[in-house]
Design a protein around this ligand. Structure first.
Ligand SMILES: O=c1[nH]cnc2c1ncn2[C@@H]1O[C@H](CO)[C@@H](O)[C@H]1O
Length: 500
């Protein structure tokens, strides 16, 4: 009786209906896309099957630090790297560039110094400033390299001071507080490297390069626009940093015209009221001076111990009406306390998008507002894992968001601090862990196109972006078929993605 035709029909209808509800519905497929989807689904299925049979090789479930080399050796990852990924809507500039590049390039710049704080934190800098660094002695990194007695002789060891990577994250960072302490420490280690004008120029150029090489075409970057200093120790105001940024961005776009460049979301830090208040004043001026470049405002830092949006409502009233808001919210495992209110206030304050939105699934009314007002969530899977909100990314709430086509975008947050590069690693977890097994190119395509939709590009820029994306997407399809089409995917196989 249970296997009657009627039962089977009802059963199939539910499966089909659920598939139609998820992100990607309405995205049409060309014949070429159908072919490329088959290639992709073969790759994906092979890796999932391996994971199913051997749990210790289940990259979809494993922590990034354990899975990274396996991910790189598989077929899915190179496919995702080649794929145009549209816009990156959430990344912090100071944590964007790969640590290996920093070690190989910036730490070999003449004049780099290292010192150590009483809390045993390495500070890298190009100036002596004891009161800021809280250090007694400074060592030249170049001298230390010549004498292997010293710490920084070994580039791998030096890299550890700017990267969270470890084979046993569960032991090294047992709690969220532990990993945030180390994480925040790396920002301090890097602060003066980033702010050194000659290094800053190279760093921002490299940030754009890593995005471009990963086939990202545009980015909205979180930045506090640090005050820069030069070889002579002269310091410059933030307005100067903005001009430098604009200049580097312009040069890069000129050299690579199918890259649309970056815009800045200016950030204050939720560590103190004073910092937040000051950052709003700075933002007001910078936004006035560079309204097309410094387009919005956010407050960053660990949410649980930090100041809430609700506690600074008075300050926020001072923000200019033309400024767009991009608040972090719900990057927490807590729920319902007086401190876990940032999602609520971000939405009431008419935020354009939400940074993370991890806790949103617990708030049905807020979720409804996010859907009705198309407030895109900036979901950073690896960040949420490394910063200890969730271990197995199949348990990440964005799996639910994708299942209901809730507006979201895949983002990378701080890739340089955990050994990711560009956006492809986060896309890997999006399609392997957050998405259901049978989701493929249609879902990927939706994420890519939505990322442009949810950006704050002007309508003219958006149109240009979409034209470029169309062309690059087509080139990608052709190249994927040329590269992998000969592997002859199983023609008889039925893939869920063929549903319209
Ligand atoms: O995922 C995040 N959530 C909240 N704040 C963050 C995250 N990643 C980085 N920062 C914050 O951004 C500042 C640099 O722009 C850092 O100080 C760090 O605290």
């Amino acid at each position: 009786m249970t296997k009657s035709a009627a039962y089977k029909k009802e059963r199939q209808k539910i499966l089909d209906d659920e598939e139609r509800m998820r992100t990607g519905k309405g995205f049409q497929f060309s014949a070429k896309e159908t072919d490329v989807n088959k290639i992709f689904m073969d790759f994906k299925e092979k890796e999932l099957t391996r994971g199913y049979r051997h749990e210790d090789q289940n990259t979809a479930a494993l922590h990034f630090f354990k899975a990274k080399s396996m991910i790189e050796k598989g077929d899915v990852f190179p496919f995702l790297k080649l794929m145009p990924k549209g816009a990156l809507l959430h990344m912090h500039d100071v944590a964007s560039v790969s640590s290996k590049w920093i070690i190989n390039n910036l730490t070999y710049m003449p004049g780099m110094l290292r010192c150590r704080t009483p809390a045993k934190l390495n500070i890298l800098t190009f100036r002596k400033m004891k009161e800021k660094h809280d250090c007694k002695f400074y060592y030249k990194v170049s001298d230390e390299r010549e004498d292997d007695w010293f710490y920084s002789t070994n580039d791998d060891d030096l890299e550890k001071s700017i990267n969270l990577r470890t084979a046993y994250p569960e032991m090294v960072y047992p709690t969220i507080g532990d990993v945030w302490n180390r994480f925040q420490g790396i920002f301090s280690t890097m602060d003066d490297v980033f702010a050194y004008l000659p290094a800053f120029r190279r760093y921002i150029w490299q940030m754009l390069t890593e995005l471009y090489l990963d086939n990202v075409m545009y980015a909205e970057i979180r930045s506090s626009l640090k005050q820069l200093y030069d070889e002579k120790g002269k310091t410059y105001p933030k307005e100067f940093t903005a001009r430098e940024y604009i200049d580097i961005n312009k040069k890069f776009v000129k050299k690579y015209p199918d890259f649309l460049g970056v815009k800045i979301i200016f950030c204050g830090h939720r560590r103190s009221f004073e910092k937040i208040r000051k950052s709003i004043q700075e933002f007001k001026q910078l936004h006035k001076d560079f309204p097309d470049f410094i387009i919005g405002f956010d407050i960053v830092g660990q949410e649980d111990p930090g100041k809430t949006l609700y506690s600074v409502l008075d300050y926020l009233e001072d923000l200019p009406k033309t400024a767009k808001l991009f608040f972090h919210g719900g990057e927490t495992n807590w729920s319902g306390g007086t401190r876990e209110t940032n999602l609520l206030d971000a939405i009431l304050l008419k935020t354009t998008r939400i940074g993370h939105g991890y806790a949103l699934a617990k708030h049905p009314i807020l979720l409804e507002k996010v859907i009705n007002n198309t407030i895109a969530l900036e979901v950073s899977p690896i960040s949420n894992q490394v910063l200890n909100l969730v271990w197995d990314l199949r348990n990440h709430p964005a799996a639910i968001y994708l299942s209901q086509n809730i507006p979201m975008s895949i983002t990378s947050d701080d890739p340089g601090f955990w050994g990711a590069k560009g956006l492809s690693y986060d896309f890997y977890y999006a399609i392997m862990s957050l998405a259901p097994n049978n989701a493929g190119l249609r879902l990927l395509k939706a994420l890519v196109w939505h990322s442009i939709d949810y950006s704050i590009l002007t309508s003219g820029e958006k149109q240009r972006g979409l034209d470029i994306l169309d062309r690059r997407w087509n080139n990608f399809l052709t190249e994927a078929i040329k590269k992998w089409g000969k592997k002859k995917p199983n023609k008889n196989k039925q893939y869920g993605e063929d549903l319209n």
